[in-house]
Design a binder for this molecule. Structure first.
Ligand code: NAD
Length: 492
């Protein structure tokens, strides 16, 4: 049994309460690790050291170029340890080793990209309308950043936040999901090896109320960057507003994946499967609403069900497995309850619809890949995020109706459009209200491409050059170069 402690000021340290909670392996359903149960006192200790590292000492006095080199070195260490870190993630969240190893091999790119960007952040000279003054802007780091993450891609989502935050010069306190804390605690040990001063990166594990709330409300935390459910995101947004803190929110989705009659059907069906069954549907960008044009509805359904039926379930470490377990027991139960809701709403069950009883699934938390046809967009199964391998197929007549259905949701994270008509591809990408639109592909992300949500799917953007700005604030400096003294009782 592994034991994981908090990471504060460069050292592993037990929680002040001395308590631990269990971390489960979703494939076996058994406890595999004990994780320190943090509390407000631990949050205070972590934020204090992060604040100290931000305001004085080696990190605070480093040039941006030196910071960038450290971040780059960290990327090299992640690449070196990718296999070990991916294996830990699989034990914690049950996603396929192939998926997590792929993510771990890609994560260094975030550190290389933002490490390189660290010393390219420039202010500007303002061409003032007033003579005798020189004015310029400085881009300054915000301070201590609270990084709060969910369980589905623990290290990748942490990297999306800390790479730009550190490049900007901030320090961070990470609160990983209570379901998947282990990989982050392994990962942060690499900071010392890379040469980061202690206190720049800290981790307090534990539950939302015990650790998340005090972290969000801590007076020395200047920004919260959160990925998780829209319910928690909205709550955190209120708390942040009460203290006028900066905030970025990456929340849920109910993304439409739209197949037009002129699409390459084989590619589109592959894209539909990738959109909903990859990662066992536990991805914020899941293409959980498949919109299919009337004239090809039967053909798409037939091909989709045939392909989905070939999916192999079982041990996430096996290279043969295509669908792994659901990460947490509560999530497993939530998915099954949504399947019942869809059945009761009158959706047509085309395949799946139960927990998986296949021998290769053992006692893990597996749900059969499930497809509902004849779904109406007003049904709860089409409006609420399930976060599991459950697809709703909705018919549409023409482009106008596809747009209407696609946008008829409180979310706006991603969307897929399958068509050979280039004009239609552009029209759809303009009319769909979501942060990302994929044309003839699905679930592609990059450190270079801005990512985030419209509407209830979030605030702000991660990735790309834009993301670093959300960890900076602008200061304007005025220098009198010879303007005469003026009437002190009027504005200059
Ligand atoms: P969640 O909102 O339950 O938890 C996310 C994190 O917030 C966890 O670390 C949790 O402990 C913490 N938390 C809970 N209550 C808190 C509180 N009151 N104050 C502060 N922190 C608190 O989400 P989850 O179930 O872990 O993750 C699934 C959700 O995440 C889905 O809705 C999914 O769509 C979303 N998600 C979004 C993206 C994206 O980039 N848009 C990516 C992955 C997941």
């Amino acid at each position: 049994m592994q034991t994981y402690d908090l990471f504060i000021g460069g050292k592993s340290t037990p929680s002040s309460s001395g308590k631990y909670f269990d971390s489960f392996n979703p494939f076996t359903g058994e406890v595999w690790a004990k994780v320190a149960q943090g509390n407000a006192q631990d949050v205070d200790a972590a934020v204090e050291v992060a604040h100290q590292a931000f305001t004085e000492g080696a990190w605070a006095n480093m040039t941006a170029t030196q910071r960038g080199l450290l971040i780059h070195k960290l990327g090299d260490l992640v690449a070196r340890d990718a296999k070990e870190l991916a294996t830990i993630e699989v034990q914690d969240n049950g996603k396929l080793f192939a998926e997590m190893f792929g993510q771990l091999n890609y994560i260094p790119q975030w550190f290389y990209y933002y490490g390189g960007l660290a010393d390219k952040i420039e202010g500007s000279v303002i061409p003032l309308d007033k003579k005798g003054f020189f004015s310029f802007t400085r881009k300054e780091a915000l301070g201590v950043v609270a990084v709060i993450t969910p369980w589905n891609s623990p290290l990748m989502l942490t990297a999306w936040k800390i790479a730009p935050a550190l490049a900007a010069g901030c320090t961070v306190v990470i609160k990983p999901s209570e379901f998947t804390s282990a990989s982050v605690l392994h990962f942060v040990k690499l900071f010392e090896e890379a040469g980061f001063p202690p206190g720049v990166v800290n981790v307090v594990t534990g539950f939302g109320k015990d650790v998340g709330t005090p972290l969000v409300e801590h007076p020395l935390v200047r920004k919260i960057t959160f990925t998780g459910s829209d319910t928690t995101g909205k709550l955190i947004n209120q708390q942040a507003a009460a203290h006028l803190k900066h905030i970025s929110l990456e929340l849920g989705g109910k993304s439409p994946n739209i197949i037009f009659e002129d699409a390459n059907i084989e590619d589109a069906v592959n894209g539909a499967v990738a959109g909903i069954f990859a990662a066992t549907g536990q991805t914020c960008i899941a293409g959980s609403r498949l919109l299919v044009q009337e004239s090809i509805y039967s053909e798409v359904v037939e091909k989709l069900v045939a392909l989905a039926k070939t999916a192999k379930m079982g041990d996430p470490m096996s290279s043969e497995t295509q669908i792994g377990p659901v990460t947490t027991r509560p999530q497993f139960e939530k998915i099954l309850s949504y399947i019942d809701i869809a059945k009761n709403e009158g959706a047509q069950l085309l395949m799946g619809g139960t927990a998986a009883a296949r021998p290769e699934c053992g006692s893990g938390w597996f749900v059969e890949p499930t497809i509902f046809g004849q779904v109406d967009n007003s049904m709860r199964i089409a409006q609420e995020e399930v976060f599991g391998p459950v697809l709703s197929i909705i018919r549409f007549k023409d482009e106008a109706e596809a747009v209407k259905i696609a946008n008829d949701t409180k979310f706006g994270l991603g969307a897929g459009v399958w068509t050979k008509d280039i004009g239609r591809a552009f029209r759809m990408s303009e009319k769909i209200k979501s942060g990302t639109v994929w044309v003839n592909t699905y679930r592609a992300v990059s450190f270079m491409a801005p990512f985030g949500g419209f509407k209830d799917s979030g605030l702000g953007r991660e990735n790309g050059i834009e993301a670093i700005q959300s960890y900076l604030q602008t200061k304007c400096v005025w220098v009198n170069t010879g303007a005469p003294s003026a009437n002190p009782f009027t504005m200059r």
